[in-house]
Write a protein that binds this ligand. Structure first.
Ligand SMILES: O=C(O)c1ccccc1NCC(=O)[C@H](O)[C@H](O)COP(=O)(O)O
Length: 214
């Protein structure tokens, strides 16, 4: 919600910055404000427009002004609505709204145009064991993000347990409502990168060709 926070997020290593346009979000911003904050995004850092039950006109106007790389739809939108804007999108599902037992194939069939999904956990605490994530659809082949108000000290564990494509943070990195805290942002990026490195190291262990020359 502040240009300085937008710039710092990119400088600290965030992959993308999201602007929220959902009417019910207490973090929603006006299109004009988002457009001017977009200028503060560091080159190569993505810009995301996040919607929740906005009208077609509102989404069209925000996309026209902001030119985001990606849209997120976190309301009751259907696939046809989301794909009509011609940019890649993720569809958000709240944990409590997911049909129990729904697997990745069913989700993909319901949202064939989605580039991926966001799964928003209902319970922010005690989310670090595999069994806490049983509600996630199985057999997901598209990338997905996790959101849900994580504690910073559990981010490493969550990423290495669930192996999402990324995580979304909002309140977790705020000093006060709407005001991001640089040190908390740094810690989130650090923990996420630490988890990435751990995963890459695990994946590579024993599989890299021996490039040493005697
Ligand atoms: O969950 C998402 O899909 C998401 C996408 C882009 C940015 C943020 C996202 N999640 C966090 C939130 O939706 C809320 O901003 C957060 O839970 C705080 O709620 P509120 O104060 O109503 O904005």
């Amino acid at each position: 919600m502040r240009p300085g926070d937008v710039r710092l997020a990119g400088e600290l290593g965030a992959d993308a910055v999201a602007f929220q346009f959902g009417r019910e979000s207490t973090h929603s911003v006006r299109v004009e404000a988002a457009r001017s904050m977009r200028q503060a995004i560091t080159p190569l850092v993505g810009s995301v427009a996040s919607f929740a039950n906005n009208t077609q006109q509102e989404v069209r106007e925000a996309i026209k002004q902001l030119r985001p790389n990606l849209a997120i739809f976190a309301g009751e939108e259907e696939d046809a609505f989301c794909r009509a804007f011609g940019i890649p999108f993720l569809k958000t599902f709240k944990q409590e709204a997911l049909v129990p037992g729904m697997d990745g194939k069913q989700l993909h069939a319901k949202f064939p145009s989605a580039a991926g999904f966001v799964f928003r956990a209902a319970q922010a605490s005690s989310t670090t064991s595999q069994s806490d994530w049983k509600w996630l659809p199985s057999e997901l082949t598209k990338p997905f993000l996790l959101s849900g108000g994580f504690r910073i000290d559990e981010i490493f564990e969550i990423i290495t347990t669930v192996e999402p494509w990324g995580i979304v943070v909002c309140d977790e990195i705020e000093a006060r409502h709407g005001l991001k805290d640089g040190e908390l942002m740094r810690q989130v990026v650090f923990e996420s990168r630490r988890a990435d490195c751990h995963e890459v190291q695990n994946a590579c262990e024993g599989t890299l060709p021996d490039t040493r020359h005697d």
